[in-house]
Structure formats: structure tokens, C-alpha cells
Design a protein around this ligand. Structure first.
Ligand code: NAP
Length: 259
């Protein structure tokens, strides 16, 4: 069992619901002191309150990852509340679906600003504090969509998720001298509020195309983040972990059917 998270100062962006909430839940369960971040303060506090009622140490905080001022304010607040920052989970992301013919330049910019620039801004703001930690860890929530697979309507999204990995690889080299690691999780289809909004038919077809036969849970992703943030994972940097129930593996529909 990994025990090295107890007492650590953790920030999770996009944590009021979905995967971020799952990550925050797992870190709280393992004794982390977690800042639960989203743009909506009421929702961030509601999530933090639920985690506290379950015995966790959680604080709700409103900040927008597209703003460097917000990210710096967040980093200062977390560092002053918990004596520093040990772990940043840069998870906030949006995935509005639009085919290239219908995708407006503004919508492209909004997705890039949140998913790609937002991850960079969170890392940049937290870095001065992560450098001081003896267990500085950054975990990005990327996706299988972009780095490995494609899906109609998500060209912009896929570009940001692949872009996060390009950012990570150079960041891992730059941050190594501070002992800070940066890794990424590539979730498949995880049952979240965001995914539920895509409708039951989408969920059914995704579960059917996954060898393990189900959508992932937010806690499946949380445990991968916990491992990457642990002291025991200290020699792993610039790497990816796919958490997708085997979804990317079948080389054809027949490969699944014959199983
Ligand atoms: P979700 O259920 O829609 O939750 C998104 C979270 O991000 C919310 O807390 C939202 O709160 C917050 N957020 C959005 N924009 C923000 C901003 N500008 N600043 C701060 N917080 C912001 O989404 P999810 O499905 O959990 O996805 C979370 C991450 O996992 C994303 O990066 C997504 O790309 C990735 N992912 C998801 C799946 C999946 O199957 N669900 C698969 C692969 C990757 P507010 O709106 O109040 O700010």
C-alpha cells in the first residue's frame, strides 16, 4: 500500500465533479490535504464539504485555469494554507463536440485555452512551491483521444490532449533538477457528468467497444494519479499511463467480437 501521500498538500483543478472529484476523493482517502478547484465556488465547496464529511481534509476554491492571475492566487492560497504545494493534478478540461466544418476559431481557442494553456498556467504558478517540496509531483489529465485515437468532432480537443504530452516531455527535463516529476494519465471513457451529457447511446457504444466491458470510474483514474504522485513513483517522469479498460487495443471490431 502506498502511504506517502499523508499530510501532503495537493491541488486538483477541475475537481468539483467528474474525474477531478474522483482524484480528490482518492487523495483525501489517503490523507492528502486537498484544494478542490473549479470556476464555480459553490460547486467546489459542495465537493469539499462532501469530502470533509467522509473524513478528508478538503478546501473548496474558485479559480479559472485560463487565467494566470487566478492560478497564482490559487498557488499562494494553497501554499499558505498547507505550508507549500507537493502535488498538482492539472485536470480541468472541456470537450465540446464540433466537426471541423462547424468548429469556429473562437471555440478552438476556448478549448486550447482551457485544456492546454490552462495546464501550462497551473504548472507555471505552482512551480515555485513544487520546487521546494521533497516530493514535487505534477499529474496531467490528458486523454486517449488525440495522443492515440481520434473521434469525429474532437479535432480541437485531441490537439490539446496530444499537446499536453509535448509540453510534458520538455517539462520533465526542465523540472528534473528540482526533483519534480510530471506524468500524464490518458483516460478512456470514464463515467462523469461531462460524459453523461453525451447521452446513453454514446455510453452504451463506448462500453461495448471496451474489452473490460464497462466505462471507467473516476476512482480508476484517481488511483493512477495517486500512484504517480507517490514517493514510490519518484523515478518515473515524462511518462503516460493509459486507463481505458483496454479500449485502444482491439485492432478491429472483429477482434472484439471473436473474444
Ligand atoms: P466534467 O465532468 O465536465 O468536469 C470538469 C471539471 O472542470 C469541473 O469541475 C469544471 O468546473 C472544471 N472546469 C472546467 N473549465 C474550467 C476552468 N476554465 N477553470 C477551472 N475549472 C474548470 O469533466 P470530466 O469528464 O471529469 O473531465 C475532466 C478531465 O478529464 C478533462 O481534462 C477531460 O478532458 C479529461 N478526460 C475525460 C474523459 C471522460 O471520459 N470523462 C476521458 C478522457 C479525458 P466549472 O465548470 O465550475 O469550472
Amino acid at each position: 500500500m502506498l502511504t506517502s501521500i499523508a499530510g501532503r498538500s495537493v491541488i486538483v483543478t477541475g475537481a468539483s465533479k467528474g474525474i477531478g472529484k474522483g482524484i480528490a476523493t482518492i487523495f483525501c482517502r489517503h490523507g492528502g490535504k486537498v484544494f478542490v478547484v473549479s470556476r464555480n465556488l459553490g460547486e467546489a465547496e459542495a465537493c469539499a464539504g462532501e469530502l470533509r464529511r467522509n473524513g478528508g481534509a478538503a478546501t473548496g476554491y474558485a479559480a479559472d485555469v485560463t487565467s494566470i492571475d487566478d492560478m497564482q492566487r490559487l498557488a499562494e492560497a494553497a501554499a499558505s494554507a498547507h505550508g507549500g504545494i507537493d502535488i498538482l493534478c492539472a485536470n480541468a478540461g472541456i470537450f465540446p463536440q464540433a466537426r471541423i466544418e462547424d468548429l469556429s476559431p473562437d471555440d478552438w481557442d476556448r478549448v486550447v485555452a482551457t485544456n492546454l494553456k490552462g495546464a501550462f498556467l497551473a504548472v507555471k504558478a505552482c512551480l515555485p512551491y513544487l520546487k521546494k517540496s521533497d516530493q514535487g509531483r505534477i499529474v496531467l489529465t490528458s486523454s486517449i483521444t488525440g495522443p492515440i485515437t481520434g473521434f469525429p468532432g474532437w479535432s480541437h480537443y485531441g490537439a490539446t490532449k496530444a499537446g499536453q504530452l509535448g509540453f510534458m516531455r520538455t517539462a520533465s527535463i526542465e523540472l528534473a533538477k528540482y526533483g519534480v516529476t510530471i506524468n500524464a494519465i490518458l483516460p478512456g471513457n470514464i463515467l462523469t457528468e461531462g460524459l453523461a451529457a453525451l447521452g446513453p447511446e454514446y455510453q452504451r457504444s463506448m462500453a461495448a467497444s471496451t474489452p473490460l466491458g464497462r466505462l471507467g470510474t473516476v476512482e480508476d483514474v484517481g488511483y493512477a494519479a495517486l500512484f504517480l504522485a507517490s514517493k514510490e513513483a519518484g523515478y518515473i517522469t515524462g511518462q503516460t499511463i493509459v486507463v481505458d479498460g483496454g479500449q485502444i487495443l482491439p485492432e478491429s471490431l472483429d477482434a472484439l467480437a471473436q473474444a
